[in-house]
Design a protein around this ligand. Structure first.
Ligand code: NAD
Length: 433
């Protein structure tokens, strides 16, 4: 099977690498010539565990290649995936489908023989139908079908998620396309991964609903954490107790500084917009969005209080900038809101992240960049853990404290045990404990 993957970002690259590992021949196309040049030389432009070895192996055995031009790849493809970005549209919160429709216009002239066009990008309900309409208008002669195939991988464990999915979701109402999608995912179904085939609209809405539900779960435990602090309970204990209930589940019950990342904020906004326009507003999800925005802002006040009421003239070490560990992605990360707020309150911020500095640096002016957690802590009055990278869990807290001028440790991810932090000499604040 020949696959053309349009978009070599977090989703496109991982999907392309995994499909080539399944044995399919994949051409990955991206407009970004620099990215393609790096990939051709075996350099992976993003940080995602295990991706480099997978790409290297499949480059070597000729099952994957990279191009900036899509014509030949689309012409040879049985399946064309759209994995381009769908960022939040300025002004109204909708998903911006500009890149999707641009790619559709570019690929249309090259369709050749029966081809399935599948959207991996997260797109508004009705987009597959609209893609079909546009393709028909440009190429009334072409033999094609449009499917929705939303992606559920998580950055940081993307390869594992792609190859061990809870389910593969296919929105499809054309028998030949369905057969092709089932053949494509055969290596996963042989290992018992369920393929759920539904209508295209259901698939598109299911992706948004899943992300909105997960965002709601995070906001729920964040509010419970605040209540724990007010009434003397421990959110970790509450989460363990409720997570053991199979109806609730123990995932996504970790309190923190509010959800961020390239998906939840924009997908929640887009779903809210879709619902309002359908005159079926989702008041619950609208509240989740409000709670989360307020939470990100509230974190600066939390740090200020821990620092004794003022940050003026103080130095704050920030550990972690990525929106979560094991990725270099900082899109909508809590750190991007937090650091400028600390600076506005008069603090000097010294920051360290194992992989996200390159992406964060152009956005966070005035920050002092450090090469390790200990270097960031040098002379700091307060150290704040913003992203729970494993290397922060393993830090020697006594050494960390020894580098600092002050003794305040604010742990926004509950990485440490309170008694452990106190034994190292810290005045310790965490979430919900
Ligand atoms: P990204 O920004 O990392 O990558 C998108 C890529 O598409 C970029 O490299 C860009 O240059 C390229 N591109 C844009 N227009 C193009 C065109 N016409 N031709 C060729 N290349 C083009 O985005 P991402 O994080 O991979 O997300 C892609 C989609 O997948 C989004 O809709 C997102 O919501 C969805 N998604 C993302 C994740 C995630 O964890 N990142 C998970 C599930 C779903």
């Amino acid at each position: 099977m020949n696959i053309c993957m349009i978009g070599a970002g977090y989703v496109g690259l991982v999907s392309a690498a995994c499909f080539s590992e399944f044995g399919w021949k994949v051409t990955c196309v991206d407009k970004d010539a620099d990215k393609i040049e790096q990939l051709r030389r075996g350099r992976v432009p993003i940080y995602e565990p295990r991706l480099e070895e997978l790409l290297e192996r499949n480059l070597r055995n000729g099952r994957i290649d990279f191009r900036t031009e899509l014509g030949a790849a689309v012409g040879a493809a049985d399946l064309v995936f759209l994995a381009v970005g769908t960022p939040m549209r300025r002004g109204d919160g909708h998903a911006d489908l500009t890149f999707v429709f641009q790619a559709v216009e570019e690929l249309a002239p090259h369709l050749n023989g029966f081809t399935v066009i599948a959207t991996k990008s997260t797109v508004a309900v009705g987009t597959s139908r609209e893609i079909e309409r546009r393709l028909k208008a440009i190429r009334p002669d072409a033999d094609f079908a449009v499917c929705s195939n939303p992606e559920f991988l998580r950055e940081g464990s993307a390869i594992y998620d792609f190859t061990h999915p809870d389910r593969v979701l296919v929105g499809c109402d054309e028998p030949r396309a369905r057969a092709l999608m089932e053949r494509l995912y055969k290596p996963l179904t042989l290992r018992n991964a369920p393929v759920i085939v539904v209508s295209r609209e259901s698939a598109e809405l299911a992706k948004y609903s899943a992300n909105a539900f997960l965002a709601m779960k995070i906001s729920f435990i964040n509010e419970i954490a605040d209540l724990c602090e007010a009434v003397g309970a421990d959110v970790q204990e509450v989460a363990t107790a409720i997570g053991a209930d199979g109806r609730i589940g123990n995932k996504f019950l970790h309190p923190g500084p509010g959800y961020g990342g390239s998906c939840f904020p924009k997908d929640v906004a887009a779903l809210i917009r879709t619902a309002r326009e359908a005159r079926q507003p989702l008041s619950l999800i609208e509240q989740v969005q409000t709670v989360n925005s307020e939470r990100k802002i509230a974190m600066a006040g939390r740090i200020e209080r821990a620092a004794g009421g003022s940050l003026a003239g103080k130095t704050v070490a920030v550990l972690g900038l990525a929106f979560k560990p094991d990725t270099d992605d900082v899109r909508d990360a809590p750190s991007l809101i937090l650091i400028p707020m600390l600076q506005e309150r008069g603090a000097v911020v010294r920051a360290y992240d194992p992989h996200a500095r390159e992406n964060a640096e152009p956005i966070l002016a005035g920050t002092v960049w450090c090469g390790s957690a200990l270097e960031a802590a040098e002379g700091a009055d307060v150290t704040v853990v913003v992203t729970e990278w494993n290397e922060f869990r393993a830090l020697d807290l006594k050494r960390l404290k020894a580098r600092m001028r002050g003794d305040v440790l604010v742990d926004l991810r509950n990485v440490y045990l309170p008694e452990q932090a106190r034994a190292a000499g810290f005045t310790y604040a965490s979430i919900g404990r």
